[in-house]
Design a protein around this ligand. Structure first.
Ligand code: SF4
Ligand code: SF4
Length: 368
């Protein structure tokens, strides 16, 4: 989605220091989230804010998986004093908004951030704690879960408030007007709680500055081939790619716990699970030789809890992930090459040419 600036530039922002932020042509914001947390809407609001209230050319778009809920979501917002003539995803954000702290365990989620990137993260930890893991100068932390309970607001409104505070040259009143014009018109009965969430995000966010080495650019995962250089006719060789993908970061606090004694081997969980998480092996059940359920490989489980809903014998029950850390390393996928952990390093979205499909050769960040 691309928005265009008002003809008359909104000069108040320039005096607020907005232009000083534009050392490069674009001011760029990236949001890392999982489906269902509202990062897409937050990105759209930031996009409209840039065009309608800051007088910039503005762009916002998102990428997410087919499941909508539970899968990783990235939202990109780009502002500029000049015409925006690129549509590429943001690789070096000025501001990184992390809606869900576990997303940081996913390879590549911190790619492209530098010491100058302002990081806003939803966590119950303080900036000092986060700085042990993240080497950036400015860290903002906000406990959205706690504030959601207190205000009944949605997470994205609280993050929206925290992010505009971190940006530094946006006025809270303008964001309030924007929320009234957009969400307020669509859902008038939810306007007050959304405004409360926005304000609490703005005022409750904690910030601390740290000394870090200059020009540090975090680049955890380098893809050999991407949208710029993938060969024509390239394909993704990982059919049903989520089966090889590490999905633990998309869980939101709960895992399915498997109680083998209760399992009646009906395989409903296996049919229902969108990510082929359940591991079956030859064995015996009630004196009969058959494939027997050994429970989930949590490496690939995104915590959607559909298996818990479908299981007829309560052999699968919901558990709080923090309380069952040991279970997470129990069963690995028998069908994948676990010894070499090839599928982990390879990544699910590696590209190969169709001609070389059967001649896989590992290269840096992918296969060819
Ligand atoms: S919660 Fe159950 S259905 Fe959902 S991904 Fe995990 S194992 Fe599969
Ligand atoms: S749905 Fe429940 S009873 Fe059926 S195989 Fe899965 S765990 Fe066992």
């Amino acid at each position: 989605m691309q928005f265009f600036a008002k003809k008359i530039k909104n000069s108040q922002y320039y005096s607020l220091g907005g232009l000083k932020m534009f050392e490069k042509k674009y001011y760029e914001i990236k949001l890392e989230s999982v489906g269902g947390m509202g990062a897409n809407l937050c990105g759209k609001l930031l996009g409209e804010l840039g065009a309608m209230y800051l007088g910039f050319d503005s762009q916002s778009f998102a990428s997410y998986g087919s499941e909508k809920r539970g899968s990783p979501v990235k939202s990109f917002i780009r502002w500029s004093k000049e015409k925006i003539n690129i549509n590429s995803p943001i690789t070096n954000p000025d501001v990184l908004g992390v809606f869900y702290e576990h997303i940081l365990t996913k390879k590549g989620s911190l790619n492209g951030i530098s010491d100058k990137t302002v990081v806003v993260i939803n966590t119950d930890k303080d900036p000092d704690y986060v700085s042990n893991h993240l080497k950036v100068r400015k860290i903002y932390t906000i406990d959205c879960t706690k504030l959601m309970m207190e205000t009944k607001s949605r997470l994205n409104m609280i993050m929206f408030g925290a992010i505009i505070k971190a940006i530094g040259f946006v006025k809270l009143e303008d964001c309030e007007k924007l929320v009234k014009e957009t969400i307020g018109k669509k859902y008038p009965n939810l306007l007050e709680v959304n405004l409360t969430g926005l304000r609490r995000g703005y005022f409750d966010v904690q910030m601390k500055e740290f000394d870090v080495p200059e020009s540090y650019v975090h680049q955890e995962v380098k893809q050999k081939w991407g949208y710029e250089n993938a060969p024509l006719g390239g394909i993704n060789p990982q059919i049903g790619s989520s089966v090889v993908n590490e999905l633990s970061a998309t869980r939101d606090g709960y895992i399915p716990l498997f109680i083998p004694e209760r399992c009646i081997q009906c395989v409903l969980c296996d049919i229902t699970c969108p990510d082929m998480v359940f591991q079956f092996r030859e064995g015996e059940y009630k004196g009969r030789k058959m494939m027997v359920n050994h429970g989930p490989d949590y490496h690939h489980c995104k915590g959607c809890m559909r298996c818990v809903e479908i299981c007829p014998s309560e052999a699968l029950v919901a558990g709080v992930e923090k309380e069952h850390q040991n279970a997470l390393y129990g069963k690995r996928n028998f069908d994948l090459i676990v010894d070499e952990l090839e599928y982990e390093t390879q990544g699910a979205s590696s590209w190969i040419t169709s001609e070389s499909f059967y001649e896989r050769e590992k290269v840096d960040g992918g296969i060819r």
